[in-house]
Design a protein around this ligand. Structure first.
Ligand code: GDP
Ligand code: MN
Length: 444
């Protein structure tokens, strides 16, 4: 259900947007829609625990290992591969195949990214329509997301479309298993308009998800007596998959029953806690950087915590809290930040140069604001890095700094003696005003 490239908002999971977990500021699998033009609407914690997103076909592969029933199907990266998979499924007796865009965002059905084909020819045509298209959904932002992969699956004879989800509820500090009869549709709308239609079981971390809880949810879903036991096993398998893979979100929408009383995960979304990926190399390998913002990918290669925004003032800051405050004060002074960038406590000169490169590859940037409180990162070292980067990269845009902390005098001297045109604000407020004026002067 989420993230975008170069949009006005960070696409964040639905239940949070719907107010589920409202009142908590931390990261959750479901976080509120972060308005990139309103940095005050997100907290460092929102990015301190970023999540690894994977495609539907990958989530289904993970779940299948835990015995969760998913329709037969395969991923296809080209039209040829799509044709081969569709032919194979028809040859094996499928009465239809569904051609599904694989992007890191939900709402594909409504956007024309999910189509059911009854013949091989139709499957070829839908694959051609969808592969390479720019799919716009309520989660991609208006610029959409290019479809680079397809999932071709056997169709299911859907009887009912239900909803299942597991998320961490930061209010209670516990996992919550959710279920709703209103599956297939946008769950945030359900959560906003008819929250009573979402059943929740809070999971005791010591005891785990009890079979009795799974039964309760199965009955709440209005399943037939003949489906209850299978549903209990299904839900328990989802829980096991979530726990053992250190997921941060698991969502099956729709979870379907078929006309012949079977249960399937027709769609699957999973995200994972980055901090736990070191113990799941196979999940880590599922990352698809083609779905991510290229600048953010580049930044992650240098261990820089960077998020692209859509303003004109680039920020280089050490510490997530200061980075947030910097974005706030830029807005307060009447400007808009081009990014969030935390170079961390112990940034090296090389990292600072890379950070500059990333900031400057954003064509919207009209001025750079460097706001450093030197602690572990000494101000003189930062200044040396900034001077080197400005020379090496032939930086043309104005650079405004606000420096405090360890070796600040030495840092100021290095900047002054560089002969380059840096402006230093005496306070954070003054520096913010200088940078906003500089950006405005440059035509922001
Ligand atoms: P999303 O829109 O990105 O959440 O994509 P989904 O995988 O949930 O698909 C959207 C909708 O397409 C589902 O709610 C179903 O109604 C429909 N759909 C998906 N797969 C099938 C299928 O195999 N058969 C039929 N008849 N409909 C399907
Ligand atoms: Mn779905």
């Amino acid at each position: 259900m989420e993230e975008t490239r170069r949009p006005a908002t960070l696409r964040l999971p639905l239940l949070w947007r719907a107010g589920y977990n409202s009142g908590t500021a931390g990261t959750a699998p479901y976080r509120p829609a972060i308005d990139r033009s309103r940095p005050e609407s997100f907290t460092p914690a929102d990015r301190a625990v970023p999540t690894l997103k994977i495609h539907e076909y990958q989530a289904k592969e993970v779940l299948a290992k835990y015995g969760v029933a998913v329709p037969r199907g395969e991923v296809a990266n080209t039209l040829e591969e799509a044709g081969v998979v569709a032919r194979k499924l028809f040859a094996e007796g499928a009465t239809g195949v569904v051609v599904k865009a694989q992007i890191h965002a939900g709402g594909r059905g409504k956007g024309g990214g999910v189509k059911v084909a009854r013949t091989r020819e139709e499957a070829d045509r839908f694959a051609k329509d969808i592969l390479g298209m720019t799919l716009v959904t309520h989660q991609t932002g208006p610029q959409g997301q290019k479809v680079q992969r397809l999932l071709i699956e056997e169709t299911a004879a859907i009887d009912r479309e239900l909803y299942l989800g597991i998320v961490l509820d930061r209010t209670t500090g516990r996992l919550v298993f959710m279920a709703s009869q209103a599956g297939g549709m946008e769950i945030e709308v359900v959560a906003a308009k008819t929250p009573e239609a979402i059943f929740k079981e809070i999971i005791d971390p010591v005891v785990g998800f009890g079979a009795w809880q799974a039964r309760k949810l199965a009955f709440a879903l209005g399943l037939k007596p003949t489906q209850i036991n299978a549903a209990v096993v299904f839900l328990q398998s989802l829980y096991k998959a979530y726990i053992e893979s250190d997921a941060s979100l698991l969502e099956i929408n729709p979870f379907i029953t078929t006309k012949d009383d079977k249960l399937f995960a027709l769609d699957a979304k999973m995200t994972f806690d980055d901090n736990a990926l070191f113990r799941h190399p196979s999940i880590k390998a599922l990352r698809d950087t083609a779905e991510e913002d290229p600048l953010e990918v580049e930044a992650s290669n240098y261990a820089l915590n960077y998020i692209k925004l859509d303003g004109s003032i680039a920020c280089m800051v050490n510490g997530a809290g200061l980075a947030m405050a910097t974005m706030d004060i830029i807005q307060y002074a009447g400007g808009s930040p081009a990014n969030f960038l935390d170079v961390g406590g112990g940034a090296s000169q090389e990292q600072i140069e890379h950070a500059f490169e990333i900031l400057l590859s954003d064509a919207n940037v009209k001025a750079i604001f460097i706001n450093i409180f030197g602690g572990i990162l000494r101000v003189d070292r930062l200044a040396t890095g900034v001077v080197a980067a400005a020379l090496n990269l032939k930086v043309k845009v104005p650079i405004i700094l606000r420096l405090e902390g360890t070796n600040v005098e030495e840092g100021r001297r290095i900047l002054k003696e560089s002969g380059l045109n840096f402006q230093v604000g005496a306070t954070m407020k003054e520096a913010a005003e200088l940078v906003v004026a500089a950006a405005a002067g440059a035509g922001a």
